[in-house]
Design a protein around this ligand. Structure first.
Ligand code: BES
Ligand code: ZN
Ligand code: ZN
Length: 497
């Protein structure tokens, strides 16, 4: 969607009119609205036929003054940027053929941040994944153009805000494209090739691919064990933005299981197709790199994606195997379906030993238990640093992506380290607290900074997006499929904007 700013009063295409609850007449700033359309709007408002409750929509047509789409913002004193973002998304979700491809949005009394948020909602919701359809699903909505009318003095600032939002949205949509891609075309080296292709668009990014042979040489036992049973071999893809800069920087790590059958601990058949989304953590990392690069972020950021396909095969790992990870620590693999933590063990260790992280954040569709705990409404959030966890929680709240604090308890760590024959085990003693035991397991692979008495574990957070990366029906920014969640949270956390 192309969003442009205009300081004129012209209305192109359908008029989009955001309104507050209780407005009984057309607001003052109505120049440019043809009188017959104006009369129609006035009538609807006066009669109380449109109450402007949040996300209510009403289409008006049939006069020679053109068409209008009224969108409710709810009560004025309650409306915040989330209200505006959702309203923008609702407009796009409600568009039908009759509205055409051109929209003009006319705000009254809204500040620039709210207007930009509305535009962001429109852009976020303007997404469909129809690469594999002969007839494109949203043919009618192709090439939507929205114009936002604003005062002349505000035009430059508003257009800056909207350009930045468009860059960030491109990262969210990239994450969604990667997640929605069918698993026959989305396999570890295909992801790596997409990353290499992407890097060609920017002078300040670098992509390094550690392929299967190199991963074996380096001792990435977790990544290798998970991926070796597939004919499409695993790899680690490392993204670097502004790599020439010195000093500490964020490192993001993603679980990238391009298909999770469970391996020899095979999953039941029902809904197994959804396990194509099991690379959502890596898609979040890639999407965040795109959002940052495209919006011109000048700091250094590294992304590490751990890519593998988890297949049952003659050469797959077995329950009972003991593997040696990059850290040197061993893992007794008691269930091959708890594979995400195995690939992440190498990714986290790499993050803390090859780089100088200000902090590490990992993203993973890690556990069904997290979906049991939080449903599709919030991501599970764990951290070894309470302040850092709060910062991520706040960043998520700022952009309308909930990440809920969960406990990292010593008892869970003990449960995951009491293997009789190895340093750790990849399965808890029972099924209770499965999302917490998984987080406690990951913590074993976050390196320390410094040595001896000065050693302190690197600041780290783990985000379990099993419930939020897809299937989140109440997420208004998304029609269906991959959600692209937390690209915006990370941009907020990293850039502070
Ligand atoms: N990819 C799954 C987690 C998952 C399940 C995500 C359902 C989204 C929806 C993960 O690899 C997995 O299978 N985890 C197991 C862990 C268990 C064997 C300890 C699980 O959650 O059942
Ligand atoms: Zn699994
Ligand atoms: Zn998995």
């Amino acid at each position: 969607m192309q969003v442009t700013i205009s300081s004129g009063n012209n209305i192109n295409g359908t008029l989009v009119l955001p309104l507050f609850q209780g407005e009984e007449s057309l607001p003052e700033v109505d120049e440019g609205i043809p009188s017959s359309l104006k009369i129609q709007i006035e009538r609807v408002l006066q009669d109380g036929d449109f109450k402007a409750k949040a996300n209510a929509v009403l289409t008006l047509m049939g006069t020679d003054g053109g068409k209008a789409l009224l969108i409710g913002l709810g009560k004025e004193d309650k409306a915040d940027i989330h209200t505006y973002r959702e309203a923008g998304a609702t407009v796009v979700a409600s568009l039908k053929k009759v509205h055409g491809n051109e929209l003009t949005v006319l705000f009254h009394g809204s500040d620039l941040a709210s207007m930009a948020s509305f535009a962001e909602g429109m852009m976020l919701r303007d997404y469909s994944y129809d690469l594999y359809k002969m007839k494109k699903e949203d043919d009618d909505k192709n090439d939507l153009a929205a114009r936002i009318n604003c005062s002349e003095g505000d035009a430059t600032e508003l257009s800056g805000l909207i350009d930045r939002a468009a860059s960030i949205v491109s990262g969210v949509h990239l994450s969604r494209d990667l997640g929605n891609c069918p698993p026959n075309d989305m396999y570890p080296m295909a992801f790596a090739e997409k990353a290499e292709q992407w890097a060609k668009d920017y002078d300040n990014v670098k992509v390094e691919v550690i392929d299967y042979e190199a991963a074996k040489r380096h001792g990435m036992g977790g990544l290798v064990a998970v991926g070796m049973g597939s004919s499409r071999k695993p790899c680690m893809v490392i993204f670097t933005l502004n790599g020439d800069l010195k000093g500490q920087h964020p490192v993001l790590v993603g679980k990238g299981i391009t298909f999770d059958t469970g391996g020899i601990s095979l999953k039941p058949g029902a809904n197994m197709d959804e396990m194509k989304y099991d690379m959502g953590g890596s898609a979040t990392v890639f999407g965040t790199m795109q959002a940052l690069a495209s919006s011109g972020y000048a700091g250094k950021v590294v992304g590490i994606t751990c890519m593998a396909e988890n297949m049952p095969a003659a050469n797959a790992q077995r329950p009972g195997d003991v593997i040696t990870t990059l850290s040197g620590k061993t893992i007794e693999v008691l269930n091959t379906d708890a594979e995400g933590r195995l690939v992440l063990s190498d990714g986290l260790w790499k993050a803390g030993t090859d780089f100088d992280p200000e902090y590490i954040v990992d993203f993973a569709t890690l556990t069904g238990a997290c979906v049991v705990a939080l449903g599709h409404e919030a991501t599970g959030l764990w951290s070894n640093d309470d302040d850092f966890r709060t910062r991520i929680h706040d960043a998520g709240n700022d952009v309308g992506e909930l990440a809920w604090p969960m406990p990292l308890l010593p008892a869970f760590e003990k449960e995951m380290t009491d293997s009789k024959i190895a340093d750790t085990r990849n399965l808890g003693a029972g099924r209770w607290g499965g999302a917490n035991t998984a987080a406690a397991f990951l913590k074993q692979f976050v390196p320390n900074r410094g040595e001896g008495d000065d050693a302190e574990q690197i600041t780290w957070a783990h985000m379990d997006i099993a419930g939020t990366y897809w299937g989140a029906k109440t997420n208004k920014m998304v029609g269906h499929g991959a959600t692209g969640i937390h690209v915006r949270t990370m941009v907020r956390l990293i850039t502070g904007e």
